[in-house]
Design a protein around this ligand. Structure first.
Ligand SMILES: Cc1ncc(COP(=O)(O)O)c(C=O)c1O
Length: 362
């Protein structure tokens, strides 16, 4: 006897592979696998968190007012154009649910967030990948794939695993080249780390255009990955459509209040941004001195490519894991790459010395 059938696409969705977090027999591994902040949240967020223990019996604020207002204030945005999610991941899911269905085509730039593909397939849509030559989003590769069936386009800027961004002029060219009935998702999860002058995270487009949504997260620079908080900015009709689908208490009460404190702690954000830039430069330079090609990253991680020869990403991964260090293999073929989150100085030093040992054949 056969049971009920799933909707088209549901069983096509891949399982998300999270960054590895443990090594057998190692009590505190150096975890450089998920682009988390090694600094954690700032003092203000931690104080709010500690004070919330007595409120656990209460439901979250269904209107998410405190966090909406805090984000609006921190970024000078209208609160009515914000949508909050259980991670930016959930916002991607909600916007896909609202706008994408069977028969639609969804163009995904090759290195946009993996969950875009999952949610598009889950909606029964056809995923159309657009290559990213030389590790970068290509506006031409995306636009050349637009058909009358295209309903949705997604990029990540900076992208992952490379950390490259789409310059402002290119972002505007992409938007201008899309029909207005196509939603453009700009996943700006790593935007807080970018210090390059010609970067545009999509805020102004999302605030003014009828078909753009920008997503952000508190999982990275704000050090709150465990609480799962993301937000999006879009035209009011898009926000309203998502509000129809949003679970009433999708962002839990602790997350709402802690995040409200975190987004207004400009000092902590500035500290983490400056630390990351300094340390990313130092680590990138050290990688180059070891003979790797380093993709220039504007985010909080760096991808290295192994030089031709006997040394490769798979063996290096095993070598590092055996020394208590967890990098992220990203499945580039041949296995000639590894991605490293920028950790604390001491963690990066340990990682570099283990890699030096591997490259010298010791
Ligand atoms: C490009 C990109 N977008 C989004 C996310 C997910 O963020 P969140 O934790 O808010 O779901 C990640 C997480 O690694 C990411 O790399």
């Amino acid at each position: 006897m056969t049971g009920p059938e799933t909707r088209p696409g549901v069983l096509l969705t891949p399982n998300y592979v999270a960054g590895k977090r443990e090594i057998d027999g190692v009590s505190e591994p150096i975890k450089l696998s998920s682009n988390e902040s090694p600094h954690g949240p700032g003092r203000r967020a931690l104080e709010v968190y500690a004070a919330l223990a007595t409120t656990l019996c209460r439901y979250p604020d269904r209107s998410q007012g405190e966090l909406r207002q805090a984000i609006a204030r921190a970024h000078a945005l209208p609160a009515s154009q914000l949508v909050l999610g259980n991670g930016s991941d959930e916002i991607i899911q909600m916007v896909m649910r609202a706008y994408v269905g069977p028969g639609d085509e969804v163009i995904l730039s090759a290195n946009c967030f993996a969950m875009c593909r999952t949610h598009a397939l889950g909606q029964g849509a056809t995923v159309v990948p657009a290559p990213e030559p030389r590790f970068r989003v290509s506006v031409d590769e995306i636009l050349r794939r637009v058909t009358p069936r295209t309903r949705f386009v997604a990029i990540a800027s900076p992208n992952n695993p490379f950390g490259t961004y789409l310059p402002a002029a290119q972002l505007h060219r992409l938007h201008a080249g899309l029909p207005q009935n196509v939603i453009l998702l700009v996943d700006a999860a790593y935007s807080e780390y970018v210090t390059d002058d010609d970067y545009d995270n999509g805020t102004q487009l999302a605030a003014t255009a009828p078909n753009v949504i920008m997503t952000r997260t508190l999982s990275k620079l704000y050090g709150l990955a465990a609480l799962r908080i993301g937000w999006g900015l879009a035209a009011t009709p898009i926000v309203q459509a998502i509000e129809h689908l949003r679970m009433p208490f999708n962002v839990n009460a602790i997350a709402q209040s802690v995040a409200a404190a975190a987004v207004l702690d400009f000092e902590h954000a500035q500290y983490v941004r400056q630390y990351n830039r300094r340390e990313r430069d130092r680590v990138s330079q050290a990688f180059r001195e070891l003979g790797f090609e380093v993709v220039p990253s504007s985010a909080n991680f760096v991808l290295i490519l192994f030089p031709d020869g006997p040394r490769n990403g798979d063996d290096a991964y095993r070598h590092l894991m055996a020394r208590g260090i967890i990098p992220r293999p990203v499945g580039l073929e041949p296995a000639n790459s590894l991605r490293f989150t920028i950790g604390l100085e001491s963690e990066n030093d340990a990682m570099l010395s283990a890699l030096r040992e591997y490259m010298s054949g010791a």
